[in-house]
Design a protein around this ligand. Structure first.
Ligand SMILES: [Zn+2]
Length: 363
């Protein structure tokens, strides 16, 4: 059975139990350590596995922890199990950064009352309430049937608002904004079990922790990740994501490689992964599922989508950066309405199949 981690201590204890060694890479805004765990053997090139930059995608986090000691390989394995320890610890915890104490916040009504009474309300529309408390922004976004992924809906709403009326959101420049998940019925997250972290750059770009991998200004989480990668130079990288927009279906997010040899092996690994996913009995995403995440994917065979970051115009996400800089790189997108175990399994199949092909390459 895959484990859902609800406290960071619980996750860290499991990581320490599984790892050959654990290194603290830095600390984030609540003092939580950002860690990397070593697994695998001693061969190079190294393999890098990470998840949790979007803390609402917890099956990836649990799979990353399992990857420390449950993937057979002679290659060195480095795992950053979660790149957002603050968001991981839930919305009430995120509120504690602005309030100085952890409030009772187990319903949207409670969250909205806190945002109104203790903060400066910057924006309100439909069920979106955005407030500044201390040095942090907080957004409460109730789920609704017409907004299947509340974060994505409101995050793009804020991007448009910033383009139209930059002065309204100027108080948030250079700050973090924590959003309620509103994932009713999603095991491992739910309505308020995590906080989705937005990063508002100093020039007002509204992005998140899976950005800023190659920019001079960068929050601590992508910065320590970048430093680790420069040190280990991974030949194969994974970032384990999930999507609320495609029931329990799966697709692999692959990257075109800058050189022919890496491109050949990326394609081989992609085919092996999709074979493994299909054999498991899982359902592959449709073309429409893939496009629901944005018009920057080219699908080749069923279940494989090639992300072209230049069409997205938000800079590189971690796998864009990894593929351009170090080698083969894959992201997963598991549909969040599968069982938690099933979601973790799909991530593990992805890692295991690609690691097998990687082993063949360097045999
Ligand atoms: Zn994600």
């Amino acid at each position: 059975m895959a484990q859902v981690y609800w406290t960071y201590d619980e996750l860290l204890a499991d990581v320490r139990r599984r790892a050959r060694s654990v290194e603290v890479l830095g600390h984030t805004v609540d003092g939580s350590p950002l860690i990397v765990a070593r697994g695998g053997g001693d061969r190079l090139p190294a393999i890098f596995v990470t998840a949790g930059s979007h803390s609402t995608e917890q099956a990836g986090v649990s799979a990353a922890v399992q990857s420390i000691d449950e993937v057979e390989t002679e290659h060195q394995v480095y795992v950053i199990p979660t790149r957002d320890p603050v968001g991981f610890q839930g919305f009430a915890h995120a509120l504690s950064l602005g309030l100085g104490e952890t409030p009772a916040a187990t319903s949207f009504a409670q969250v909205e009352a806190i945002l109104r009474d203790q903060g400066e309300v910057l924006f309100e529309e439909e069920d979106l309430l955005l407030s500044l408390i201390g040095d942090y922004g907080y957004a409460s976004a109730r789920p609704a049937p017409e907004r299947r992924c509340p974060q994505y809906h409101f995050y793009t709403r804020l991007q448009r608002l910033y383009a139209e009326e930059p002065a309204r959101l100027a108080p948030l420049q250079g700050r973090r904004v924590y959003m309620t998940p509103g994932q009713t019925g999603v095991e491992g997250t739910g309505d308020l079990g995590r906080a989705y972290t937005l990063i508002i750059s100093q020039t007002g770009e509204i992005l998140h922790i899976n950005r800023f991998h190659d920019t001079p200004w960068s929050p601590v989480e992508p910065r320590v990740t970048r430093d680790l990668m420069a040190r280990i130079r991974p030949g194969l990288s994974f970032d384990l994501h999930e999507s609320q927009l495609m029931d329990d279906r799966y697709f692999l997010s692959a990257r075109r490689q800058p050189d022919a040899d890496n491109e050949l092996w990326e394609q081989k690994a992609a085919r092996a992964i999709i074979g493994g996913i299909t054999d498991s009995g899982a359902t592959l995403a449709t073309e429409e599922d893939v496009m629901s995440l944005g018009p920057w994917f080219d699908t080749s065979e069923a279940g494989v989508a090639w992300l072209d970051a230049t069409r997205r115009g938000e800079g590189f996400n971690l796998m864009d950066f990894a593929s351009r800089t170090y080698g083969m790189a894959f992201g997963t997108e598991m549909g969040m309405y599968g069982t938690f175990d099933g979601r973790v399994d799909l991530a593990m199949i992805t890692v295991r199949k690609a690691v097998e092909v990687f082993g063949e390459r360097y045999r």
